[in-house]
Write a protein that binds this ligand. Sequence first.
Ligand code: KIV
Length: 256
Amino acid sequence: MNRITPDIVRKAKGHGITALTAYDYPTARLLDEAGIEVLLVGDSMGMVVLGLQDTTGVTLEDILHHLRAVSRGVQRALLVADLPIDTYRGPEEAVANAKKLTSAGAHAVKLEGGTTRVEQIKAIAGAGVPVMGHIGMLPQRIREEGGYKIKGKTPAESLLLVEDAKAVENAGAFAVVLELIAPKVADEITRSIQIPTIGIGSGKHCDGQILVFHDLVGYSPWFIPKHVHPEATVGDAISKAAAAFIARVKGTESEK
Ligand code: KIV
């Protein structure tokens, strides 16, 4: 199903698009019913759901498994799924795997990289699958890059990021995630391209914002990224509920 019309993309520009990750049916259903516009089955599931160190161990099968569950909970949102590492090394591989994701319920796919991924984006978009780009800090390259560091701190790096954004747009992406990009550069990118920018840790001047759901609700309290202001303390609520259950079953609850 194509939920992305040129009109939606034009209207989304500058209107605060809301996007969150979702990895299971209840979360997808609650977020969809709350009115979140874009749900992403992303490879951050590696850390927040699978207990891996980074996203590089996430497979296409992992994404497909969670995508099917999320898809059952989505009525209105645009459902985007990540192409994980090494699943889009060339245009043919990219198209074949993008189609597996749409067959499992995704309305669009996302992949990481700018100028180096133009052929893949063109091929996927050309095959009729809407593509979201992702530039800036690229989690699939974390091992080469040595950590989550802000991009665009030097003029040379900023120029490359603007080129990446334009390349992604010209290749046919309908939107682009800007991850950990210096806010001034994210602002410049947002003003330089026609497709919406969706920021994460890249300041307030993007056309929309995306967060990892677990970070937003405090479900991974052992790691809170600097750019996140949790809106809930789900981790605490789970610990308290478990403690109450233990006390009830063992008969050790305090008398009130
Ligand atoms: O997988 C993910 O959560 C992502 C966001 C960081 C955009 O790609």
